[in-house]
Design a protein around this ligand. Structure first.
Ligand SMILES: *[C@@H]1O[C@H](CO)[C@@H](O)[C@H](O)[C@H]1NC(C)=O
Ligand SMILES: *[C@@H]1O[C@H](CO)[C@@H](O)[C@H](O)[C@H]1NC(C)=O
Ligand SMILES: *[C@@H]1O[C@H](CO)[C@@H](O)[C@H](O)[C@H]1NC(C)=O
Ligand SMILES: *[C@@H]1O[C@H](CO)[C@@H](O)[C@H](O)[C@H]1NC(C)=O
Length: 369
């Protein structure tokens, strides 16, 4: 977001406190609002298609095998309907500003079974929530702000619902995590294969990718054997591989709802990739403060780089141990629930600045404090 602010500040001097705006300046302000809405619509399209495909790909029986009852199924259908409504709502709002709303893209989702589909849904809903939170300060029209806040609430409800069905702590952090548009764009881009040429390009740039090398923090043998691995193979070489895994099934430490995970899961589970951006999404796989965690970057990491953890309103940099494309650091206190990790060129205590980001974000599940 800082990058974005800098970008806008260069072209729009009002950004730094000029109280009186001329008409052209007001129009530019509206342009920013429209860009934020277009970005939101880009994410809503992605979520909408994701649920539509998931509900088509996986039969009712497979959800039942996973442990779903009629209630769970209805909740999932309601989530899918919400996303479709968000798409319609934003499409109308953008049309009303006189712009052409962005259209659906072609996506590539890595979900291979119900467990990986649901796990990815927790990740997408979490990222969606973080996107609205990070984008909120960019909006100048208060009506848009209320509307965006209203969608944010629903995305957060989806997040906790989906986290509950995969056995993660539904609300693992007292605070939501704001993410910059570039960080969200980096994560979203890994699912996007191509978009229609008629879509106006968004003024965001993905960062170079970062993935967790392995789940060093969760090494109990039972959790290992019951993990459901789910990965995204980035369709473009410049975008990151995203992966999530969730500990399920018979490991009693894993989940307060472990009866949900059927024993058929492990036979369905495949681990096609070893790289993961998401270290773990369930409570068992969650990493605790003090655990070492290693990340792999898209290219050589400069020595002296920091590993910056972002979770809720907590931003903490740890000195990284660099070895070529790999960097290791210990997890600091305060990292709880779906959290984000960047390699940064400077020590970013309390606030992360896009200009300092070298790689990321990787997604990491921190153990609830
Ligand atoms: C649904 O299945 C299609 C075809 O195999 C696949 O391309 C797509 O990624 C799947 N989507 C989800 C959300 O599982
Ligand atoms: C992993 O297992 C080893 C041996 O059982 C143990 O000493 C170590 O503390 C564990 N590490 C974590 C992060 O749980
Ligand atoms: C999940 O992935 C990890 C590392 O990528 C691997 O060690 C583990 O065996 C996999 N688990 C399953 C159930 O495939
Ligand atoms: C994991 O990521 C690294 C760095 O991006 C890459 O060199 C390696 O080939 C990847 N491994 C797999 C199995 O995708």
């Amino acid at each position: 977001m800082f990058f974005l602010l800098v970008l806008f500040a260069i072209s729009l001097p009002w950004a730094f406190g000029r109280p009186v705006l001329s008409v052209p300046q007001l129009l530019k302000r509206q342009d920013i609002d429209t860009t934020v809405l277009q970005f939101a619509l880009t994410l809503e399209h992605l979520e909408n298609v994701f649920y539509q495909q998931g509900l088509k790909n996986f039969s009712q029986q497979l959800f039942t095998d996973f442990g779903f009852d009629a209630n769970d199924m209805q909740n999932l259908q309601l989530i899918a309907q919400d996303e479709a409504q968000h798409v319609r709502f934003l499409t109308d709002a953008i049309t009303a500003t006189g712009s052409q709303p962005v259209a659906e893209c072609t996506y590539s989702f890595p979900s291979t079974d119900v467990a990986s589909f649901l796990t990815l849904s927790t990740v997408l809903e979490g990222v969606g929530t973080s996107a609205y939170l990070g984008g909120a300060p960019l909006l100048s029209n208060k009506d848009f702000l209320t509307a965006a806040g209203s969608i944010l609430v629903t995305e957060a409800l989806h997040t906790s619902l989906q986290r509950a069905v995969v056995g993660a702590v539904p609300a693992a952090n007292a605070f939501g995590t704001p993410l910059s548009a570039n960080a969200v764009f980096t994560l979203a881009a890994s699912f996007i294969v191509s978009c229609p040429d008629s879509n106006e390009p968004l003024p965001f740039t993905p960062f170079a990718s970062l993935s967790t090398s392995e789940q060093q923090g969760c090494n109990s043998s039972s959790s290992q054997s019951n993990q459901v691995n789910m990965t995204v193979s980035a369709s473009s070489t410049s975008t990151p591989a995203v992966a999530a895994s969730t500990a399920t099934a018979s490991n009693p430490q894993c989940s307060h709802k472990n009866t949900r995970a059927s024993t058929t899961q492990s036979s369905q589970s495949k681990a096609p990739y070893t790289n993961s951006t998401v270290a773990a999404t369930a409570s068992c796989g969650a990493l605790s403060a003090g655990a070492p965690v290693a990340f792999t970057a898209a290219s050589a990491i400069p020595s002296g780089s920091f590993v910056t953890f972002v979770s809720g309103l907590t931003v903490v940099s740890m000195m990284g141990q660099v070895n070529d494309v790999s960097i290791t650091a210990t997890i600091p206190p305060g990292i709880s629930g779906q959290s984000y990790v960047f390699v940064t060129s400077s020590d970013a205590q309390g606030k992360i600045d896009d200009a300092a980001v070298l790689f990321g974000p990787a997604i990491l599940e921190g153990k609830q404090i």
